[in-house]
Design a protein around this ligand. Structure first.
Ligand SMILES: Cc1ncc(COP(=O)(O)O)c(C=O)c1O
Length: 361
């Protein structure tokens, strides 16, 4: 790769588009004649106001976000949302969570500190499938239904959203954000930590329907209220200016590439290369049900832990980074987000094919 960069299969922070990094490099010391780097710039300046306004508008264009939704850039990563969501949305103190892996499990643990949580889970098969949610038994006073739309560790994606029967749907899209078209009006709240498909870690994008922003939460710490961030257009305190700037660049880049339809097509092509190989291999195999396989995070294993470790070491030595699977699944995991070039996936598959041939002798 150019600049001697490696193919980085990390689950996050992950690869950024090279073109974007080059632009950032070129603007590093003097952002468009402002005399300073964006890192050095007041968040109250006109120059930064344009950066954040453009970032929001470009995201609205990409996702076709309706006018009755607010776009918020909040710090604390995706993890803070595990708490902010129940604190802000549990009016009746009740929610239904669908547990499909480690990240929804963490969100459930936080929600339980706030109210009553019903759980439907795929834990019985180590989260290798998505539970059937076409006819949920939801009580009238349930405030929302929560899903993690792509489980980064286990490698599953919702192909069809749950039937919430009119209740608010909340989705953690961290590891699939902007990877495919999304009908925002299907959700009450979408959030995504940006360090996988968009930008530097430490920030989350929250897209929230306006009527869910409550005015009656004076007792909640001010920073934890969505109202605070909405009323101040994400500028209540000093925001993560650098992340907003970098994300804005990626939003523009994705628009240039043809938007989310085009990203989906690219991502399907890339994932197919890897899944086709895994399906045909005698040494490697995917770990989840085929119908819910993620296009972003692809866990796979061999028949033994020792061989898994050998493959991980061999890939690392060959310049493929961060392929070790999460300890709860084992084996390997290739995270192939938007910015992973097709050549990276092709090179990995070629390497694994060769490894398999040589190993079989
Ligand atoms: C699906 C999902 N949700 C939440 C998180 C937590 O994100 P953060 O580290 O930004 O808090 C992650 C992190 O990897 C994730 O993959």
């Amino acid at each position: 790769m150019k600049y001697d960069r490696s193919f980085n299969f990390s689950a996050g922070p992950a690869m950024m588009p090279e073109e974007v990094l080059e632009e950032i490099r070129d603007e590093m010391l003097n952002y468009r004649g402002s005399g300073m780097c964006v890192m050095e710039m007041s968040h109250r300046s006109g120059v930064f106001q344009k950066i954040i306004d453009d970032a929001e508008q470009d995201l609205r264009d990409l996702m076709n976000i309706p006018d009755n939704y607010k776009v918020l850039f909040i710090q604390g990563g995706a993890t803070l949302q595990f708490s902010m969501i129940p604190m802000n949305l549990m009016k009746n103190g009740k929610a239904l969570y669908i547990e499909t892996g480690a990240w929804s499990k963490k969100a459930i643990a936080e929600a339980k500190k706030v109210g009553q949580v019903e759980v439907i889970s795929s834990k019985d098969k180590n989260y290798t499938y998505i539970p059937d949610c076409s006819d949920l038994d939801i009580s009238e006073d349930t405030d929302y239904v929560y899903i993690c739309e792509n489980e980064t560790i286990h490698g599953t994606t919702w192909q069809k959203l749950p039937n919430t029967k009119g209740h608010v749907l909340v989705a953690d899209q961290s590891s699939m954000f902007l990877s495919r078209p999304c009908n925002v009006s299907d959700y009450g709240l979408i959030y995504a930590g940006v360090q996988k498909n968009v930008g530097p870690a430490g920030m989350v994008v929250v897209i929230i329907r306006e009527d869910l922003i409550r005015e009656d939460l004076e007792n909640l710490p001010v920073y934890l209220q969505y109202k605070t961030h909405a009323d101040s257009a994400s500028l209540y305190n000093t925001p993560n200016c650098w992340a907003i700037y970098c994300c804005g660049k990626v939003f523009k880049h994705l628009k240039k590439l043809g938007g989310l339809e085009a990203m989906n097509k690219r991502n399907e092509e890339k994932a197919k290369i890897l899944y086709d190989f895994l399906d045909g291999s005698e040494m490697f195999g995917g770990t989840v049900e085929k119908t819910v396989r993620s296009l972003m995070n692809v866990p796979f294993v061999t028949a033994s832990k020792e061989l898994d470790a050998e493959v991980v070491a061999a890939t690392k030595a060959a310049g493929f980074d961060n392929l070790k699977g999460h300890k709860s699944v084992g084996g390997l995991r290739a995270s192939i987000y938007n910015a992973m070039p097709k050549e990276g996936v092709e090179a990995l598959v070629e390497f694994l094919k060769k490894f398999e041939q040589e190993h079989r002798g």
